[in-house]
Ligand binder design. Structure first.
Ligand code: GLA
Length: 661
């Protein structure tokens, strides 16, 4: 009864009248109402009071999986400390099944790769205190073309229960035109009917707003297409989480997809951002690397107890973005103990200070706050400001709580700014100012500031670099004259401040300037070097598609064009010299009408200048024509559309920029 009441309450919260209920009724007028079926399916057990943690074979191994891999991974989960850290599900993703069903029409495992069968694997995993997850698709075939469960839901769920499986990831490929809610509800009912507690992971890619209905059926649901082991992909997924926080809670979590930490496609700094944000979003933490051979750094990242504690906080309140200043974002999450977790996120290509306050984090007014740096494992004390210098693509993650200073040192920050707009030329002399702020008590004594510049550049302090004492509200600034060598080539160059203070305390501040080619007259963007190009796969094609072939959209050839695989973000230095940008955008014909992408043109501070809806493979190009007067840096973004990033070969055809000569 309690469960039914809970279900009703959940449904009432998730399904405001006029959204999902009428469309279900319209789809299937003769059947019991969708609400009634979903309520019944919500015999869903409360198996995920906190976001599930485990491992999955997909991100690293794709179809190259065997029972030995699964067993070795289970062993490695134990020896590496992953299990003790909370990672308990060992999930076999796509490709475990034989190419055909057996004579009874039942699922059977691939006889070569899984000769011992799934039940034996479940026994192996269970004997080690772990749980086994399996995969199917709510379609006629899985995404890799294997047998799948549409029309076989009851039999397949019974098989999973018979094999003593503990989790089902249910995918969305080859849907035969059946609406998603119907397909995913049928499996929820089939799982419930088995009587076995099976966590139900709904992998619908966010295509039909699953956050509005999947909570009644499953324990977590994918909110987006597939992650790739790329910075651009990870950040594009983060962008799609904004606003979804209200749909998440115990036993019903938003899933921004499995972790790529340790797979090699991002830097350590980027992987820390990935994990910090996933923890802040209450994401299921499903590692996707080879845990048998992972480095100590990867293991330490994945098993960091403080990051995991934030993800698993029993209050179960998902974090959200509280400020967005171009490339600098602040994400915050209320914690059960009255504190807040915060991620200071720098998605840009240069180091910068990211700042917020205890009040903006939603904390009660108090004399001061303890600030725990969860990656560094160190505490400081602030009177209210929470800030840090964050390197490019980096994050700093803190837990902030009202508290007393005790014996911890004051919170401090070192910010590096220049009197340029971030761009310089060979031979130029500019001023870099390091501002050292103290945000807590006691005051800091004997602070000394130095600035390191790239090799061959010169730097000279133009004033004091030592301060006998620095107090809150009175930052100390040290100015440096920096000269760029005449011969300096293009690139982003770090300006790194070091502050040392009484007692040997050390602090780093990250600044940078870039040297870039300014456009002259009218040009094709593909003839210019991009400042940065983050793409979802491979490298960006210039005047050729991602496979190196001529560019074509819906039969129209483009001699000039940019071909970044979505999700992508490509930046060009315009130097405020240009007035107009035009391009014809679409999906490259090389995908054979597959793929779906979106396009967005951003000015400075990520101001949106133009955006398209979803454009699918085979559809004619759309003309983008925007005024770019006074834009310093132009950012071209492509998104992955409503499904995954397969075949998302986005094209900016004839990308023309009109600039001063
Ligand atoms: C889809 C899913 C992925 C993975 C693959 C397997 O793309 O979104 O997470 O399961 O299928 O084929």
């Amino acid at each position: 009864m309690r469960r039914i009441l809970l279900a009703a309450a959940l449904l009432a919260a998730l399904l405001p009248l006029g959204t999902a209920a009428p469309s279900w009724a319209a789809l299937n007028a003769a059947a019991p109402s969708w609400a009634a079926r979903a309520e019944a399916a919500f015999a869903k057990l409360p198996l995920a009071p906190t976001p599930p943690m485990g491992w999955s074979s997909w991100n690293k191994f794709r179809c190259n999986i065997t029972e030995d891999l699964i067993k070795q991974t289970a062993d490695a989960m134990i020896t590496s400390g992953m299990k003790d850290a909370g990672y308990v599900y060992v999930n076999i993703d796509d490709c475990w099944m034989a190419a055909t069903r057996d004579a009874n029409g039942d699922f059977q495992p691939d006889p070569v790769r899984f000769p011992g069968g799934i039940k034996a694997l479940a026994d192996y995993v269970h004997a080690r205190g772990l749980k086994l997850g399996i995969y199917s698709s709510a379609g006629t075939k899985t995404c890799q073309g294997r047998p799948a469960s549409l029309g076989h839901e009851q039999a397949d769920a019974r098989k999973f229960a018979e094999w003593e499986v503990d989790l089902l990831k249910y995918d969305n490929c080859n849907d035969a035109g059946v609406p998603a809610i119907e397909r995913f509800t049928t499996m929820a009912e089939a799982l419930a009917a088995t009587g076995r507690p099976i966590v139900y992971s709904i992998c619908e890619w966010g295509a039909n707003k699953p956050w509005e209905w999947a909570g009644a059926l499953g324990h977590y649901w994918r909110t987006t297409g597939d992650i790739a082991d790329r910075w651009g992909s990870m950040v594009a997924i983060v962008d799609q989480q904004a606003g979804l926080e209200k749909f998440s809670g115990p036993n019903a979590w938003n899933d921004p997809d499995m972790l790529e930490v340790g797979n090699g496609g991002m830097t350590e700094t980027e992987y820390r951002s990935h994990l910090s944000l996933w923890a802040l979003l209450n994401a299921p933490l499903i590692a996707g690397n080879d845990v048998r051979t992972m480095s100590a750094t990867t293991k330490d990242m994945l098993t960091n107890p403080e990051i995991i504690a934030i993800d698993q906080d029993w209050a179960g309140i998902q974090g959200h973005k509280i400020s967005d200043n171009g490339d600098l974002e602040v994400w915050a999450k209320p914690l059960s103990g009255g504190g807040a977790a915060v991620v200071l996120f720098n998605r840009g290509p240069v180091g910068a200070e990211v700042a917020t306050t205890a009040a903006d984090l939603g904390l009660k007014a108090w004399t001061g706050y303890r600030v725990r740096d969860v990656w560094a494992g160190a505490d400081t004390y602030t009177l209210g400001k929470v800030r840090a210098s964050v390197p490019a693509h980096g994050s700093r993650m803190f837990v902030v709580k009202p508290g007393l200073p005790g014996k911890v040192p004051p919170a401090v920050a070192a910010d590096v700014r220049t009197d340029t707009e971030g761009f310089v030329r060979g031979g130029q002399t500019f001023t870099a100012t390091v501002r050292f702020s103290v945000d807590g008590l006691p005051p800091v004594r004997d602070a000394e500031v130095t600035l390191a510049v790239p090799e061959g550049w010169s730097v000279r302090a133009t004033g004091r670099t030592r301060a006998p004492v620095v107090v809150p509200g009175r930052p100390f600034s040290a100015a440096f004259e920096v000269t760029v060598p005449e011969t300096a080539g293009k690139g982003v160059f770090g300006l790194t401040a070091q502050v040392t203070a009484h007692g040997g305390r050390q602090l780093t501040g990250y600044g940078s300037v870039a040297i870039a080619q300014a456009p002259q007259g009218d040009q094709w963007l593909s003839d210019l070097d991009a400042l940065t190009a983050d793409v979802g796969f491979g490298t960006m094609g210039r005047d050729v598609n991602v496979s190196g072939k001529p560019i074509k959209i819906a039969g129209v050839a483009y001699a000039k064009g940019l071909a970044p695989h979505a999700a992508s973000e490509v930046r060009y230095f315009l130097d405020r010299r240009c007035t107009r940008f035009t391009a014809e955008v679409g999906v490259d014909d090389g995908t054979n009408r597959r793929g779906s992408v979106t396009f967005q043109v951003l000015g400075d501070e990520r101001r949106e200048l133009a955006a398209t809806g979803v454009i699918r493979g085979g559809e004619p190009a759309i003309l983008i024509d925007v005024d770019v007067t006074d834009v310093l840096v132009l950012t071209l973004v492509t998104g992955i559309g409503p499904d995954n990033n397969n075949s998302d070969h986005s094209i900016w055809g004839s990308p023309r920029i009109v600039c001063a000569g």
